[in-house]
Design a protein around this ligand. Structure first.
Ligand code: 3PG
Length: 303
């Protein structure tokens, strides 16, 4: 089978070579489309692909239509909001993610952003420590649990709320609602998936509940934030800081108004580690091999 690895933000050479080895050994052929700049390049490259591995690359209705032989798409990573599931499902294409494979990289980034903001982005002046503070995890999946574990290592107390009741040794205080969580979190770390239900979920009504001096860290998707609400709260509450993995749409305006109280990575950096590239990339290749060999659809997200 022809497997296309299409990554606008490429995996490390070691991960690409590992993916190639797994696929070749199973009798498949790897085609590479890296660092492409136009959606038309992806449309052209998928024309004869039977399987597709992507990262945050957008698999739109057009991409599906341009890939008549496509049977499986594996998002090497956790969030699959970049794949048009309806279009894939309508064509009988299996869509999978590789849950947990890059969680550690994202969790480490969340903790480092918290410290970076607590220390005023390492500018002169008095910062603060995270030890003894309350970490709040908004959603408690693979990443939230790791953030909680590392927060304990830093001497923090962990609070969390999620879609389902939380029963985990990593959470000291499971809370029933996001409102209760925001009221107590000195550092509020967002781990919500991007879904129609979570779009703009974090806005003025939640953020204005935060305790004095709180730091908000968003290593989830930017669309879970209501940017106007964020802007309003930063205006009303000069004590609050915001750090995010990937620029919000209104980043220039936020920077101009709030300077070092806000920080955004220029490109999504959560999963940008050698380890995460290998874990997610190799898992994606193995899942494709399993799918064609035995029909294994573990991790299918469009069942
Ligand atoms: C994910 O959903 O797995 C992360 O956001 C990583 O995205 P990336 O592969 O584009 O770095």
């Amino acid at each position: 089978m022809k497997v296309l690895l299409a990554t606008e933000k490429p995996f490390s050479p070691a991960a690409v070579s590992g993916i190639k080895d797994i696929l070749t050994e199973a009798g498949h052929t790897l085609a590479l489309l890296e660092k492409y700049t136009e959606p038309s390049q992806l449309l052209e490259a998928v024309a004869d692909a039977e399987a597709l591995i992507i990262r945050s690359d957008k698999v739109t209705e057009e991409v599906i239509a341009a890939a008549p032989k496509l049977k499986i798409v594996v998002r090497a990573g956790a969030g699959y909001d970049n794949v048009n599931l309806e279009a894939a499902t309508a064509r009988g294409i299996v869509v999978m993610n590789t849950p947990g494979q890059n969680s550690n990289a994202v969790a480490e980034l969340a903790i480092s952003l918290a410290i970076y903001m607590a220390r005023n982005q390492f500018n002169p002046g008095t910062g603060s420590e995270i030890a003894g503070k309350r970490m709040g995890c908004h959603a408690f999946g693979n990443i939230g649990k790791l953030v909680a574990k590392y927060a304990h290592g830093f001497g923090m107390e962990v609070y969390a709320s999620g879609r389902r009741p939380i029963d985990s040794p990593e959470c000291d205080h499971p809370l029933a609602t996001a409102e209760e969580l925001y009221k107590v979190s000195d550092i509020l770390s967002i781990h919500l998936p991007s879904t129609p239900q979570t779009k703009k979920m974090v806005g003025r009504s939640l953020l204005s509940l935060l305790p004095k001096g709180a730091i908000v860290v968003n290593t989830a998707r930017k669309d879970v934030i209501d940017e106007e609400g964020l802007m309003a709260v930063l205006e009303e509450r000069p004590d609050i800081k915001y750090a995010t993995d990937v620029r919000p749409d209104n980043y220039d305006a936020l920077k101009e108004k709030f300077g070092n109280r806000v920080f955004a990575t220029p490109k999504k950096m959560g999963a940008e580690t050698a380890e995460a590239n290998l874990n997610a990339g190799l898992a994606a290749a193995r899942q494709i091999v399993g799918f064609f060999a035995t029909g294994d659809t573990t991790f299918q997200v469009n069942k």
